[in-house]
Write a protein that binds this ligand. Structure first.
Ligand SMILES: Nc1nc2c(ncn2[C@@H]2O[C@H](COP(=O)(O)OP(=O)(O)OP(=O)(O)O)[C@@H](O)[C@H]2O)c(=O)[nH]1
Ligand SMILES: [Mg+2]
Length: 400
């Protein structure tokens, strides 16, 4: 699973990325090894099961602070785009090449309106975030349509003469975007093209299909960034009035809080609605002023929004659940005695064998049964897991 940060140029995508990927606890040993330069690790925040089970955990692949578990999830900082990107304007299709790897998108918008549609600075309040949302989505759709529509007439004829299923052909065309056949089939139905022969599809039909497909295959949440600027509030209201689901967001403030927390200046956890300056820390007047501004901001919006946006992407858009694999269902530990050593984010509907597969392919291959540590009951390979499950897997390949 990967989250993509998309948006117009200069809206704060990289600032968001830097804030979201910074975490004070340095000991984490993330399971992602080879990573491209613009790919990093953000963290979903959940309530850890340690409190419920009354254990002191010792996580090694994630982290737990005061009963809050931060679970790594990949995030890609996508190049910014401008109107006409699908025809090569600005950085052109570079953004789309990065975005294709993402399973869900965070659409970062300059809610303060201090950039024009090309991302150039303009007086705050003059840029139009609603237009920006629309054009970014449009660019995405047009880009998909250009992939789908390539040599359409010829491919449509071949599909028909070979008796191939349309969704099969389209899924193959879109294979670089990790879009499955059932999603393609659903989008065909939703766009009312189910009964129309592919050879009769017009350019508008292709675009209509792509709009339906994008909504399903690349769901997104809007991060209304630069919410710290006074002009943002009215724009956030306008976006909401236009029916957009937006999370007010202050990436720069979040970056500041995470850095200060890492340096030991503050007690702050990403997503918190408040922070405390640690007792024996003395702040310079400019530092105090900067923190006062951030304090007022998070009191107003409830938080800086960065953690909330990441959580929305994980739990609302991707509908992931958090499951804890353990090797000892009584101590909730691994062989080395680490308590609740790991937690995995899995798509809703995943079963015990899917969990085994995320730990190790061999574990899934030799899967015998699993044990639910909460009930101590045996469960089978296709037992569907719930959020917060703690699961021991017994596999032929894990014995000894
Ligand atoms: N006031 C304010 N400014 C911000 C915030 N986040 C980012 N900025 C500013 O916005 C400008 C652009 O930030 P970047 O993070 O580089 O934006 P980007 O979207 O990655 O830009 P491109 O990669 O060029 O598309 C910088 O001057 C940031 O300091 C924020 O939360 N509040
Ligand atoms: Mg950037």
């Amino acid at each position: 699973m990967m989250i993509g940060l998309i948006g117009k140029a200069n809206v704060g995508k990289s600032t968001f990325f830097n804030a979201a990927t910074e975490l004070a606890v340095a000991s984490a040993n993330y399971p992602f090894t080879t990573i491209q330069p613009n790919v990093g690790v953000a963290f979903a925040r959940v309530k850890c099961v340690c409190r419920e089970f009354g254990v002191q955990d010792n996580p090694i692949h994630s982290m737990c602070v005061d009963g809050n578990r931060f679970i790594p999830v990949k995030i890609v900082d996508v190049a910014g785009l401008v109107p006409g990107a699908h025809t090569g304007k600005g950085l052109g299709n570079k953004f789309l090449d990065d975005a294709r790897q993402a399973d869900a998108l965070i659409h970062v918008v300059d809610a303060s309106g201090s950039t024009d549609s090309n991302g150039r600075p303009v007086p705050a309040g003059t840029g139009d975030p609603i237009y920006d949302v629309a054009f970014v989505e449009e660019e995405f759709d047009l880009w998909m349509a250009s992939i789908v529509g390539r040599d359409w007439a010829k491919t449509a004829r071949e599909t028909e003469s070979q008796g191939q299923k349309l969704e099969q052909m389209l899924a193959k065309r879109l294979s670089g975007l990790s879009i499955s056949e059932p999603l393609v089939a659903a989008a065909i139905q939703a766009s009312g093209l189910g009964m129309k022969k592919p050879v009769a599809w017009t350019e508008e039909d292709i675009l209509a299909f792509c709009k339906m497909l994008r909504a399903r295959a690349k769901p997104f949440v809007i991060a209304a960034n630069k919410a710290d600027l006074p002009t943002a509030e009215a724009n956030i209201e306008k976006m909401r009035a236009a029916g957009l689901y937006v999370v007010p967001c202050a990436s720069e403030a979040e970056a500041l809080l995470r850095k200060a927390s890492k340096k030991g200046v503050l007690h702050y956890l990403p997503g918190d609605g408040s922070f405390e300056v640690r007792p024996n820390v003395s702040l310079s007047p400019p530092q105090q002023k900067a923190l006062d501004i951030v304090k007022a901001l998070i009191e107003k919006y409830g938080s800086t929004g960065v953690q909330e946006v990441v959580n929305v992407a994980c739990f609302k858009l991707l509908r992931l659940i958090a499951v804890y694999p353990v090797e000892d269902e009584f101590k909730l530990s691994d062989k080395k005695g680490n308590v609740l050593p790991d937690v995995r984010l899995l798509p809703v509907g995943s079963n015990a064998k899917d969990l085994a597969g995320t730990v190790h392919a061999d574990l899934a291959k030799g899967f015998l049964y699993a044990v639910d540590a909460r009930t101590k009951q045996r469960i089978g390979a296709d037992h569907v897991l719930k959020d917060g499950d703690v699961i021991k897997i017994v596999s032929a390949s894990s014995r000894g």
